[in-house]
Design a protein around this ligand. Structure first.
Ligand code: HEM
Length: 410
């Protein structure tokens, strides 16, 4: 058996075991021995090195969006990830104008996020009761923020639509047709829910993101209703589970490594660095997907045009060519160097790279920092209520739930 075969088998074993299996040791081997690996179950080429992944994300002429396949973000219809060139730049700018503007971030968005953190945080039960931290805090904060930013309120079924749509997107690595069909049904219900709001904002726009989408013009034409619906579904999905899982990873590792929690208690100036570090060390999004536009040579292997390419950004974040001691969780690692990591120029690949780098990264940063500050301010320490929850998921990865005992400050 060749070394590459055994790596291939180990990687397949990881994909199928999933529950609790640690991907980082196999990523170490793949970066060393097979940095561009064909995966039969994924029907895709898998990249694991920082340099190759960054080049793929930056190389819009070589790699483009993967359209209209189960197991991709095309479940939302044609949204921002499926666009390129000038159209992508202009349409992304509309979202960025609201989500990345220092004026909005420093006022309206700050107020919304801080309000939500306090609203939900203050309701958390303290020890000896058990708090469900994902349900009680890390999910409702980003969910409430995006719903308010789009002035959508929260529809009764919102959580289940959103769960089904997310499951049928890039998380559906095995392209399960049942999961896909459930996602399409949920998307159609969500589309029906937002349609009257779109009609209303076409005639009477307000000062929020959904109105921006309804009013913007590209080449003299407004976005079609279909496009606004797709953008809306994508934003709702992109902005909630990601931040929710990132916060779950942060709390889990601060419980596992109490000396890192103590460093933060002693010096709250480390908050911003700690948030950046968890996004490197245990990013909630492990994978970005593209299609090779033509034959491309990557790490000595020819990837044929038309192939699906799966880039493990989580592996890039542990590439020793970029990060010293990548397996160490160090809340002080990024002090003074946090900000570039929320843009394409920083080394952390948690938000992707190149032109499609996450537009909501600064919103996620704010949500995570305010939540961590709140926890530090209010609690002396936490512990797991029961066993350590394992990380699950291949595309989105974190503990599925986080039941903890919160010990308030004396
Ligand atoms: C910790 C939280 C988050 C993480 C780790 C994350 C991660 C990512 C990644 C990896 C991509 C690139 C996907 C690709 O290139 O295929 C992306 C794109 C995107 N994200 Fe996020 N995201 C987060 C939060 C958010 C939030 C809060 C929003 C907004 C509400 C958001 C909106 C977007 C948008 C609009 C794109 C598409 C950008 C484009 O195509 O130009 N994300 N995100």
């Amino acid at each position: 058996m060749t070394g590459t075969n055994s790596i291939s088998e180990s990687f397949t074993a990881y994909l199928t075991a999933n529950e609790g299996a640690d991907p980082f040791p196999i990523f170490d081997r793949m970066r060393e021995e097979a940095p561009a690996l064909w995966s039969e179950p994924l029907q895709a080429w898998v990249l694991t090195r920082w340099d190759d992944i960054t080049a793929m994300l930056e190389g819009g002429d070589r790699f483009g969006p993967l359209m209209n396949q189960p197991g991709t973000s095309s479940i939302f219809g044609r949204a921002i990830l499926q666009m390129s060139g000038d159209e992508h730049r202009r349409k992304d700018a509309i979202i960025a104008k609201r989500l990345r503007s220092p004026r909005h971030l420093g006022s309206t968005i700050e107020e919304i996020v801080s309000g939500l953190v306090h609203e939900y945080g203050d309701r958390l039960p303290v020890a000896p009761e058990t708090a469900d931290l994902r349900r009680g805090l890390t999910e409702p904060v980003p969910l409430g923020a995006i719903a308010e930013l789009m002035d959508m309120g929260e529809a009764g079924n919102f959580r289940s639509w959103y769960n089904d749509i997310v499951a049928a997107g890039t998380s559906n690595v095995t392209r399960d047709p049942v999961v896909h069909a459930r996602g399409e049904a949920a998307r159609d219900e969500l589309f029906a829910f937002v349609t009257p709001g779109i009609e209303q904002r076409r005639t009477c726009p307000g000062d929020e993101l959904l109105s921006d989408l309804c009013s913007m013009e590209y080449e003299g034409e407004r976005l079609s209703d279909d496009e606004v619906r797709s953008f809306t579904a994508f934003l709702l999905s992109a902005g909630i589970e990601t931040t929710d899982r990132a916060l779950a990873n942060l709390v889990k590792h601060l419980i596992l490594e109490p000396e890192q929690w103590q460093r933060l208690k002693d010096d709250p100036n480390l908050v911003s660095s700690a948030v950046t570090e968890i996004l490197r060390y245990r990013p909630p999004v492990h994978v970005t997907i593209r299609m090779a536009k033509h034959d491309n040579e990557v790490a000595g292997v020819t990837i044929p045009g038309g192939s699906k390419v799966v880039a493990f950004v989580s592996s890039a974040n542990h590439d020793p060519s970029r990060f010293d001691n990548p397996e160490v969780f160090d809340v002080g690692r990024f002090v003074g160097e946090e900000r570039p990591n929320y843009t394409p120029i920083g080394p952390v690949r948690a938000f992707g790279g190149g032109p499609h780098t996450c537009t909501g990264s600064l919103l996620a940063k704010l949500e995570m920092e305010r939540t961590l500050e709140y926890l530090l301010d209010r609690f002396d320490h936490f512990e797991f209520a029961g066993d350590v929850p394992p990380d699950t998921g291949i595309v989105l990865r974190s503990p599925t739930s986080l039941h903890v005992m919160l010990h308030a400050n004396n």
